[in-house]
Design a protein around this ligand. Structure first.
Ligand SMILES: [Mg+2]
Length: 247
């Protein structure tokens, strides 16, 4: 059986719309026994919400276990313990953190600062996080994507705030997203072996595929890339063009 891992934003859909040809090619791949995993750095929706979104768009059932987001990695990382977390992010993210039995606290009491994405950034909170990080507080971020694609334009992502803090403090903040170590460790622990990794970003999808030694397919349907697109094994216009390479 062939197993593929495909990115979501910019590869399968943009905002609330499927990318042209995805529905037909997805059905065709499934019919031909290709095992399809969805790998995303998007953490503004829970894995369950992504499952529902995919099922609505594809008109097919999608297994929850086939969706891998930084929230799965967060859950598994602290599965055996409850820690106190200061969350910089959406109310949805806070709800998820509580649902996996972690405690949300003020920054001064927190064991960990978790940086997610906010629709409106709060400079005072970013400065506060900087102070605490500089004084040794542990920090993780959900991903380092500088932008993410919406229906019409690329919007600032989770990584914009992370990069600001990293540059100011001259540090590196570990991320729970692709292509970073925790995401890879999670896939290894679950024994996921992907023959192909498909995505629209070089710095996340293609780097991830390279690190886990999969064949990498870069599609042009998503964000603008700043790294060389030549790093990908195969370059295509969109997801649907990948079908003849996979089967
Ligand atoms: Mg993408």
């Amino acid at each position: 059986m062939i197993t593929i891992a495909t990115d979501l934003d910019g590869t399968i859909y943009k905002g609330t719309e499927l990318i042209d040809g995805v529905k037909e090619s997805y059905k065709y791949l499934i019919k031909n026994n290709v095992d399809i995993f969805f790998i995303t750095n998007n953490s503004s929706q829970t894995p369950y919400e992504i499952k529902e979104k995919l099922e609505n768009l594809l008109s097919l059932e999608v297994e929850l276990s086939k969706i891998i987001t930084p929230l799965n990695i967060l859950e598994s990382l602290f599965a055996d313990q409850t820690i106190k977390i200061f969350v910089y992010g959406s109310s949805n993210l806070k709800k998820f953190v509580k649902s996996i039995n972690q405690k949300i606290t003020n920054i001064d009491q927190a064991d960990l600062i978790l940086i997610g994405r906010k629709n409106k950034n709060e400079i005072s909170k970013i400065n506060l996080m900087k102070d605490f990080i500089q004084n040794g507080k542990d920090v993780l971020c959900l991903n380092k994507d500088l932008t993410f694609p919406s229906e019409n334009e690329d919007l600032p992502g989770n990584g914009a705030v992370v990069k600001m803090i990293e540059d100011d403090l001259h540090i590196n903040i570990d991320s729970l997203g692709k292509p970073d170590k925790y995401y890879i460790q999670y896939c290894r622990a679950k024994n996921f072996n992907f023959d192909y990794v498909i995505g629209d970003r070089v710095d996340t999808d293609i780097f991830f595929g390279k690190k886990i030694k999969s064949k990498t397919i870069l599609v042009e349907s998503g964000v603008k890339n700043f790294e060389s697109t030549d790093l990908a094994d195969i370059k295509l216009k969109s997801f649907s063009e990948s079908v003849p390479f996979i089967i």
